[in-house]
Design a protein around this ligand. Structure first.
Ligand SMILES: [Zn+2]
Length: 342
């Protein structure tokens, strides 16, 4: 089969022939139709410090996919061949206290599809049946291929009750934009999304009814004035990993404001903790999706009018992957979807 392989410890990604994966009794084999290219894949492509620490080459990468089950392990009873599916990209162990309590997303032994085990940028991928999410007919393969990052957005946005709240989202990448759409869907009042990339802010306004702000041109105090907000934002969703964005967020929340932080800073950075203490802010780290409550909620919201499709800006055949990866690392695109059926 064709696969995109991180085969060398250097910048780049290579289209290679690889054997169709063998699968165990609890696994399914999925024929991949569409895949989403993630920021994580961009880190692996660039071969930055995180990637060098994390990825053992050779590795087929990719973890955002939609496809069709073509074979079942002998003990799989709950799925059938021909079913359209996506899947949770974190393969959990079953030994930890968290897993045994049903909090799978808190399992410390988690392995990432396309990070620690062979991924989905290939014609076929093997995953445990436990991870498989059947797709209803009204969720097509394009949407199926971006459920993983939508799940990040949903997990972050639903961390706090947003009904009637004013929400600040820092970072207008695809996940930040989709979090804005979710916040609108569940009934937030003002939703401001910040970035310093004009292209991304323009996309944000096209995808969701939210207020884009370029913080290199306009400061948040004047935006608050424009919106007639007096005290500050009730909830912050940090999606950028940029220290300046986090500092700005802390400075523009109400007393008792709440922050959900999905963005991953590349370095430790100083924070004025006294502001967090005196203003009684809550900061919660968010990673991945809740298994499997986030999956249920996002599919149900898509079926009840949540619109995120426009976050996909490019559809490419898998053989054209380099175009997509170059756009990704330059920040010139929303979500890039690769087609594995052409
Ligand atoms: Zn991803």
């Amino acid at each position: 089969m064709k696969a995109l392989v991180k085969s060398q410890a250097a910048r780049g990604l290579w289209l290679e022939d690889a054997p169709v994966p063998e699968f165990g009794p609890e696994d399914v084999l999925i024929k991949v139709h569409k895949t989403g290219v993630c920021g994580t894949d961009g880190h692996i492509y660039k071969w930055d410090e995180w990637a060098q620490r994390t990825i053992k080459v050779p590795m087929i990468i990719g973890h955002e996919y939609a496809g069709e089950i073509v074979a079942l392990g002998e003990r799989v009873r709950t799925l059938r061949v021909g079913q359209r599916v996506s899947g949770e990209g974190h393969v959990v162990g079953m030994r930890s206290r968290a897993s045994r309590s049903g909090h799978y997303h808190l399992d410390p032994e988690t392995q990432g599809v396309g990070v620690n085990r062979p991924g989905a940028f290939a014609e076929f991928v093997r995953v445990p049946a436990f991870n498989v999410i059947p797709l209803p007919d009204d969720i097509d393969d394009d949407l199926g291929a971006i459920l993983d990052p939508l799940g990040n957005a949903v997990h972050t946005a639903l961390t706090y009750n947003l009904v009637g709240e004013d929400v600040l989202i820092t970072g207008a990448g695809p996940i930040g934009i989709m979090a804005g759409a979710v916040a609108r869907h569940v009934g937030a009042r003002h939703i401001v999304i910040t970035d310093i990339n004009a292209h991304r802010l323009q996309l944000a306004a096209q995808v969701a009814d939210i207020t884009p702000v370029n913080t290199s041109e306009e400061d948040l105090k004047s935006v608050m004035g424009r919106l007639k907000m007096t005290e500050g934002f009730d909830v912050g969703l940090e999606m950028s990993g940029a220290p300046a964005a986090f500092v700005q967020m802390v400075d523009h929340l109400v007393m008792g404001g709440r922050i959900a932080m999905l963005g991953i800073p590349t370095q430790p950075f100083p924070v004025d903790w006294s502001k967090i203490v005196f203003r009684m802010l809550t900061v919660k780290g968010i990673y991945g999706r809740e298994m499997f409550e986030t999956w249920h909620k996002m599919i149900a919201m898509l079926q009840s009018g949540l619109q995120v499709r426009n976050v996909i800006t490019h559809h490419l055949p898998y053989s054209d992957y380099l175009t997509g990866f170059e756009m990704l690392v330059k920040g010139e695109c929303g979500k890039v979807v690769l087609d594995w059926t052409v």
